[in-house]
Design a protein. Structure first.
Length: 149
């Protein structure tokens, strides 16, 4: 089956829209028939002895280099210089996924902490919803609302 998807200029990964970037890179690697390097352990592909083994090893090494280069090429300069030290495309790919999960987890944690420590008035269709500081009781808030004109 011939894949005829046109790949324009890929958006550089600079920390935002990771899942979209990851999907575009993966589709590109699959269309080049080298995406298997990211999901298949080296030992499963390269086994045996003799010339056949050497041929599979050489093909895997070339495919690994193609994957690694395309992944690195899709990054901003700052990320490129940080991640270029990885030799295996699968290791680079897994590290990027872990980095994304850590960033996402940190951002969710930061937002939750921010919301716990602030009073926010949110006006939704003329209705005001009030979020309280941590430790502030609803009685204090209801008294404040009655005092306001």
């Amino acid at each position: 089956m011939l894949m005829t998807r046109k790949f324009g200029k890929l958006v550089s990964l600079c920390g935002e829209h990771f899942r979209k970037w990851q999907m575009e890179i993966y589709m590109l690697l699959k269309s080049l028939k080298v995406g298997y390097v990211l999901n298949t352990p080296f030992e499963e592909v390269v086994y045996g002895e003799g010339l056949e083994y050497k041929g599979r090893l050489r093909k895997w090494e070339q495919d690994n280099d193609i994957c690694r280069i395309h992944i690195l090429h899709g990054m901003s300069n700052a990320l490129f210089y940080f991640y270029e030290r990885y030799d295996l495309a699968s290791e680079l790919w897994e590290t990027l996924e872990l980095w994304h999960m850590e960033i996402t987890t940190f951002n969710v944690y930061s937002v939750c902490k921010f919301l716990q420590n602030k009073i926010l008035d949110i006006n939704l269709d003329g209705t005001t919803a009030r979020m309280m500081k941590e430790g502030e009781s609803s009685k204090d808030t209801s008294q404040e609302q009655r005092e306001e004109p």
